[in-house]
Design a protein around this ligand. Structure first.
Ligand code: ZN
Ligand code: FE
Length: 252
C-alpha cells in the first residue's frame, strides 16, 4: 500500500491510500481541494472514503468530493450515521472496510467521540484524533475508561512496527507535554530532537509506529511507575484521566 500524506486546513492530515492499480481511498478529507490536487498529481482515481469520526475537520471535504467524482463507498462507524456526510457503509468492531483493492479492520475506539474508528491494515493504522503522535484527542464525548480501553487495550496491542498515521500535526507540542509528564523519558527526549529537526525542514512527523508511541506517548504509558507517581489514580484509566486533565491545562 502506498500512503500519500495530504496536508489540509492549518494542521490536519488526510491520506491517499493506493494498492497500485490506479485507484485510491482517502482518509479524513477535511477539505476537497488539496485532496483533488494530490489525486491529480499522483494520477489516482478516488474510489472510496474512510472517516475516523464526524468532526468537520475530518469530513468537511466529503460532499465536494462526492459531487466531483460521483457515488462511492463512504465508511464510518455505525453509530455515526447522520453525523458523517454521504456515509454509505456502517463499520463496527469485527467488520471489514474494503475498497480500492485494500482491506481494513475497523477498531472501534471511543473516547474523543463515541463513534471514533481507527482503520488497521497493510501494516498501518489511521487513528484520526484518538491516538496522536505523542498524544491523544480530548475527551469530548467519552470517558477516561473508554479512552484507556481504546488506546491501551486496542491500539497499543497492534504489532509494534505498525505505522501510525494520525489526524493532526501536533507532535512538537505533544512532546513538550510528554517531557513535562515524564522528564526522565530518554526515548521521548530523543524523539523530540528528531521531531524538531523534521519540523525545521517542514516535514510531517507521521508516520510514527506503535512501538515508538508505547515508548514516548504518556497516554500509552499510564501503567508506568513514573507516571503513576506523578498522576495518582486507583486504576490505569483514572491515571489516564489525570494525565488528560493535566494536558488540557498545560501551557508549555
Ligand atoms: Zn476530532
Ligand atoms: Fe480533528
Amino acid at each position: 500500500m502506498k500512503v500519500t500524506i495530504v496536508p489540509c486546513l492549518s494542521d490536519n492530515y488526510a491520506y491517499l491510500l493506493s494498492c497500485g492499480d490506479g485507484s485510491a481511498l482517502v482518509v479524513d478529507p477535511s477539505e476537497a481541494a488539496p485532496v483533488v490536487s494530490a489525486l491529480e498529481r499522483e494520477g489516482l482515481r478516488l474510489v472510496g472514503i474512510l472517516a475516523t469520526h464526524h468532526h468537520h475537520d475530518h469530513v468537511g471535504g466529503i460532499e465536494d468530493l462526492l459531487a466531483k467524482y460521483g457515488k462511492m463507498p463512504v465508511f464510518a462507524h455505525e453509530s455515526d450515521e447522520g453525523r458523517v456526510p454521504g456515509q454509505t457503509e456502517k463499520v463496527k468492531e469485527g467488520s471489514k472496510a474494503e475498497a480500492g483493492g485494500l482491506t481494513f479492520e475497523p477498531l472501534h475506539v471511543p473516547g474523543h467521540t463515541t463513534g471514533a474508528v481507527s482503520y488497521f491494515g497493510h501494516g498501518a493504522v489511521f487513528t484520526g484524533d484518538t491516538l496522536f503522535v505523542a498524544g491523544c484527542g480530548r475527551l469530548f464525548e467519552g470517558t477516561p475508561e473508554m479512552m484507556y480501553t481504546s488506546l491501551c487495550e486496542k491500539l497499543a496491542k497492534l504489532p509494534g512496527d505498525t505505522k501510525v498515521y494520525c489526524g493532526h500535526e501536533y507532535t512538537a507540542s505533544n512532546l513538550r507535554f510528554s517531557l513535562y509528564a515524564e522528564p526522565e523519558n530518554a526515548a521521548a527526549k530523543d524523539k523530540q530532537t528528531r521531531v524538531l529537526a523534521m519540523r525545521e525542514r517542514g516535514e510531517p512527523t507521521v508516520p510514527s509506529t506503535i512501538a515508538e508511541e508505547i515508548a514516548t506517548n504518556p497516554f500509552l504509558r499510564v501503567t508506568e511507575a513514573a507516571l503513576r507517581e506523578r498522576f495518582p489514580g486507583e486504576t490505569a484509566a483514572n491515571v489516564l484521566g489525570a494525565v488528560r486533565k493535566a494536558k488540557d491545562n498545560f501551557k508549555g
